[in-house]
Design a protein around this ligand. Structure first.
Ligand SMILES: CC(C)(COP(=O)(O)OP(=O)(O)OC[C@H]1O[C@@H](n2cnc3c(N)ncnc32)[C@H](O)[C@@H]1OP(=O)(O)O)[C@@H](O)C(=O)NCCC(=O)NCCS
Length: 231
């Protein structure tokens, strides 16, 4: 903890840069939190063969592809509960990947959860067509995985994580921050922090492998949005 640069304190919560000390915990907790994404909840409710364990393993594998960058680039912020030294929330951030890097980085996955990764790739492709400057070298970071542990939600932690990350990203010399919001709540956080939505998809009407896989996603969720902020 002593080595973690503290950006802000709020009661028992300390917001600091993610370092190697918390790598394993951050990886594990993000995989757990991402099972609660509205899309994962929708799939779990609609497919009796799918279990939370399968979804968590899927996320663990995907997040693992980025963990190195999340730490070495020094742009990720965690909210640490100093009472128990546990991570309450994370904004995991890395440089924006080009489409080719994106395809090369993540393994092909047979499991239907891969729709979530495919969706982000579609959004990324369409958004960067509208704003090609985002893909210029060292111009943009992607605020890739935003998550708050279920016991800590609704306390402004996601908003604080994004708010505190922005000056860190700017100080590192980037011009833009991008965030793909897969939940209404993360869209709210983006909007509150001055991001602009440049592309969105109603995932409920999206056809994937011949079916409307996410048509039962509950309100207020259902729109995936690609948000950008000029720093
Ligand atoms: C999305 C998530 C990170 C939000 O974290 P959080 O710390 O609870 O969010 P905040 O307290 O900062 O609130 C952000 C906004 O969402 C709203 N919100 C959060 N939880 C809510 C709930 N259960 N019901 C209604 N609104 C809610 C807040 O009111 C706030 O909006 P406002 O400014 O209009 O009031 C968290 O719910 C989460 O980790 N979910 C699972 C993973 C996920 O979906 N990640 C998003 C990937 S982009």
């Amino acid at each position: 903890m002593a080595e973690n640069k503290v950006l802000y304190k709020d009661g028992d919560l300390s917001y600091c840069i993610l370092t190697q000390d918390y790598k394993n915990e951050a990886h594990e907790i993000l995989a757990e939190i991402f099972c609660d994404m509205p899309a994962c909840q929708t799939r779990l409710e609609c497919n009796s063969k799918l279990t939370r364990k399968i979804v968590k393993e899927f996320w663990f594998q995907y997040i693992g592809c980025d963990m190195y960058d999340f730490i070495t680039e020094g742009l990720s912020v965690i909210a640490l509960d100093t009472k128990n030294n546990e991570i309450a929330g994370i904004m995991a951030t890395r440089h924006l990947l080009t489409c080719a890097e994106y395809k090369a980085r993540y393994p092909k996955h047979e499991y239907e959860g891969a729709i979530l990764v495919d969706l982000c790739a579609i959004l990324d492709e369409e958004a960067t067509k509208k704003m090609p400057e985002l893909t210029e070298p060292n111009k943009t970071v992607e605020m890739a995985f935003l998550g708050v542990h279920s016991e800590y939600r609704g306390k402004n932690i996601a908003n604080n994580l994004v708010r505190l990350s922005l000056p860190v990203i700017k100080a590192a010399g980037y011009t833009y921050a991008s965030l793909i919001a897969t939940s209404y709540f993360s869209s709210r956080v983006s909007e509150k922090n001055g991001f602009t939505s440049i592309h969105e998809i109603d995932v409920r009407s999206l056809l994937w492998k011949g079916g409307k896989t996410l048509q039962n996603m509950k309100e207020p969720h259902g729109h995936y949005k690609y948000w950008v902020k000029k720093l």
